[in-house]
Design a protein around this ligand. Sequence first.
Ligand code: 5GP
Length: 340
Amino acid sequence: PSFFENMPKIELHAHLNGSLKMDSIRELGLQLYGENSSDFLKRIQEFTTFPEEMDADKLSKCFQKFAFMHELTSSRKGLQLATQMVIRDFARDNVIYLELRTTPKNNEHMTRREYLETILKAIQASREAYDGIIVKLLISIDRSQGLDAAEEIVNLAIEMKSQYPTIVRGMDLSGNPAKGHFKDFLPSLEKAKKADLHLALHCAEIDNEDEAQEMLDFQFDRCGHGTFLTLKQMQQCKEQNITIECCLTSNVKCGTVKDYDMHHFKRLHDNGIRSVICTDDCGVFDSTLSQELAIASKVFSLNRNNIHGLCINAIAAEFCDDNEKTDLRQRIDKYFADNT
Ligand code: 5GP
């Protein structure tokens, strides 16, 4: 295994339904559909195939890919197994601290509350099963869905935080950024903030300077992507102590960034604005956190100190308690002391 594979890692931006690796999707298909899984297995290919050419609509097309996973996790059994497999796959990549985020769904098998309870139980069982990995849950609002759903989800998040205070730590705003308006979700997010839920919001994922400004002025903890932040807005992030979650392969495959070397991570890094490397959807984008760090290191000529600095950034930005942070810091510092 490489330096990055062996390294104890921290993942702060991972959508549950996008994080199931190809092999685990196969495994899940077999477990759920048994002998009838061949039709399902044939469709796997289209799930991770991306068109080569740039296309203005590429990001929207990426969002359609999630329907495939949502089918698999539409039953309690599928959701529970998928959650376990996602955590297992991160643990196999030596991720020692994971913040998973997901949008609660309701369908004929589950209410949104049951969706969350199923995941929370799977998370509780995961720690012993997978090398003591620490897993937190961020509950997502999908901006392409209505305000009623958002309000229900915030209320559930507040309730779940009191029931599972060590796991439910925050909220996310995600979904197709071309749909919905941030302003409409403000009252719900205000409520979450007042209830001491941390906020990791997708912001400036597409070019919409005014909306990014509204979000920054509202103030939140971590910015997902931040691709189209202006330099002034990046400086504002620095002043407001907002960490930017950079997801290299995701941005390149979705076409919001032309190539790795054009990624805004460089601008953030060069300007001393706190950022971290994350996977986003390591299943859909067929990557791992180790690979993302290796790419960052190569493309932006990062040395071991820089990589160590990224880990320290991640610890500072985690939504967990100080004693957990201290323990993680010791484990990571030891790895760097032993390997330089
Ligand atoms: P889930 O919430 O179903 O567990 O994870 C998949 C969902 O996360 C997608 O349907 C989408 O709403 C959201 N998501 C995943 N990746 C991205 C991304 O790169 N940008 C945004 N805005 N949302 C995403």
